[in-house]
Design a protein around this ligand. Structure first.
Ligand SMILES: [Zn+2]
Length: 183
């Protein structure tokens, strides 16, 4: 197994030219630059090696890293162990998992799971039928009966709005029934 090498921290400028480290009380030369803030990425402040490392850990650690390195960092910080890079784990921890982990690491909580994408036609039909997307045949049929009773033209003396609604219900019902049989 290949051991992960520590990151190469080549100084950005020579110690003679460097300003003092930005950390108060530190007497080292600030040979490493870091953006002032996320909003001021073009403006730099200068740190010694020890303090640039601390700063990077705080907020900029992931910038410029490869996804594998980020993953390793997260893995390290979560388990306290050196990561083992098996081919399987690389395949398993795909990009999206990594994104979730990153989100969790940076925000301290898991991302809210994405709702399954429902086609708009289905969403509309579900709204008409007053159903959730995980509906059953039983619920569909029961809601259909209920709505038909409510909007049937005979029950509303030819009210135009109700006639439209009745058509909508019938179309939605047939559509959702068909969707179920295709699942
Ligand atoms: Zn320093």
């Amino acid at each position: 197994m290949k051991k992960r090498q520590p990151r190469d921290f080549a100084p950005h400028i020579s110690p003679e030219k460097a300003p003092p480290c930005n950390i108060e009380g530190c007497r080292e030369a600030g040979v490493y630059k870091a953006p002032k803030s996320r909003e001021q990425l073009e403006e730099y402040i200068w740190f010694c090696l020890e303090h640039i490392r601390e700063r990077n850990k705080e907020w900029d650690y992931f910038a410029g890293m490869q996804s594998e390195e980020i993953e390793a960092f997260i893995h390290d910080s979560v388990t306290g162990h050196r990561p083992t890079w098996s081919r399987e784990s690389r395949l398993r921890d795909n990009y999206y998992t990594l994104q979730d982990k990153l989100y969790e690491f940076l925000n301290g909580s898991k991302p809210t799971p994405q709702k399954p994408r429902i086609p708009s036609k289905t969403r509309k039909a579900l709204a008409v039928m007053e159903l959730e997307h995980n509906y059953t045949v039983k619920q569909l049929k029961s809601n259909y009966r209920m709505l038909v009773k409510k909007y049937h033209p005979d029950a509303n003396k030819g009210d135009k709005n109700h006639e439209e609604k009745f058509k909508e219900i019938t179309t939605a019902y047939k559509y959702l029934l068909q969707q179920l049989s295709e699942k």
